[in-house]
Design a protein around this ligand. Sequence first.
Ligand SMILES: [Zn+2]
Length: 125
Amino acid sequence: MPLTESPWTPELVQQLKALWEQGLPTAEIGRRLGISKNAVVSKAHRIGLKGRPSPLKRPPTPKYAPPPRACVWPEGDPGTKDFRFCGQPPLPGRPYCAPHTEVARAKVQPEAFKPLKEKTRTSWR
Ligand SMILES: [Zn+2]
């Protein structure tokens, strides 16, 4: 049984390449191959596996992006430094918080949200 200096059999290198191209984290690749994360990184470096897109990397957030799951109702003038989004917790399935959802509805269909009282008869007199 010959002693080998490195755990890297050709099969293992192939598996490393395949997992690397799937974009798995180096720690996960190491776990699957039964080697250390450092071994994965140094081997990948040696055989030229680099520059892959990281699946964990998120696209850069725009300058005025609200935090996720926050009311995106704009407040202030866009373009000024005071401009911001409301940021309150939104209603489930809605982009706005409860008050701003009502405002948005009223803007779109003002007639539909008038109180259903019979004020047309002016009966309060
Ligand atoms: Zn709001």
